[in-house]
Design a protein around this ligand. Sequence first.
Ligand code: PMP
Ligand code: GLU
Length: 397
Amino acid sequence: MVSNLVKNLNPSKTLALTEKISRLKGQGREILAFNLGEPDFNTPVSVIEAAEKAMRCGHTKYTSVAGISELRTEICRKLSEDNNLEYSPEQICVSTGAKQALVNSAQAVCNPGDEVIIFTPCWVSYVEIVKIAGGIPVLVKASEENGFQPSRKDLVKAVTPASKAIIINSPNNPTGAIYSESTIRMIAETAEKYGLVMISDEIYEKLIYTDERPFSPASVSEYAMDNTITINGFSKAYAMTGWRIGYTAAPKELADGIVSLQSHTTSNANTISQYAAIAALKECSADIERMKTAFNERRLYLFNRLKSMSRIECVESRGAFYLMPNVSGYYGSRTPSGDIIGNSNGFCDYMLSEASIALVPGEAFESPENVRISYAASLENLKKGMDAFEQALLNIK
Ligand code: PMP
Ligand code: GLU
């Protein structure tokens, strides 16, 4: 009865874990949740007010599939100012979250059997999104020793005659790494050399905790501009996960294809959220700064705690809201109840049962030696969580 496509699909491990944690909490378990990639702040007030106003003004109907022109114009202004990218509104398609923007992109780019290069550790959905589009995911490790930056050698080794595209995600989920300008240039040059499309997911772009500036692959060269889909969204920087707004900016032919696809799936993204997104782009820079300051304080706290723990290695990442410590120093060791920790699934199961803290196993991100800790959680909870984590480590023999 069920299609091969669905049979071969793995459900989102991050979302499945979130549901499991909610269920346990519903049963009265107190759990410190560091598993979800979702800001713990409410959406800025000016965004909420813009949504209220939109509803009162009757903006409750369908819009054009690609989104209202005022929002697309505002997105073009943002891409020009922040990213040095000159797009016109006809090249923008507003979607139901960056997730739909990614699904649209993969479907617009892939023919059956086309290979899409994904750097690992990678966000859970990339592999499945490529499979949904009929493509073949090709994983290229970005090594921990290299601060999770991909290398030219590894990238070039993965290119074959079937290669079609490369997915880039910087700042990165799950590692928090920011690809350096030279890494981005190296990827763009490789894409040009082999005629590949780049799909650049820039959703964490505002969450950079140093004075580095985001650097968009499309800005590298004329080839890059003509062969890159730039993706962004409002979920992370503006604490708008529930509003479901993201977008693609693409060469016109791909942009038209994306709009055509979306016209047969969801039509326009939520109308009220589109009006709210205009307010986010125009009025929320102070809100972003406020949330960023809090995230950074937590990042430093978490990193310093992890650094001091034995048999834990951690890259000091400077973006998004994740750290990805290597916990493999504990593999093969015995928990107080006598179980051997075999991998990061076992490590996270142990942390959940022993310390009541929820982490995502690296297996979800094609990185079995690590676990992902999200610091989109209050400093108070992070302190409690790290105390419990450290104690649970001490109990491992
Ligand atoms: N890309 C990355 C790297 C993410 O972490 C997320 C978070 N779910 C998304 C895309 C999708 O975000 P959304 O659909 O909420 O805009
Ligand atoms: N991107 C977030 C995460 O990685 C939200 C969950 C999801 O969409 O997978 O946790």
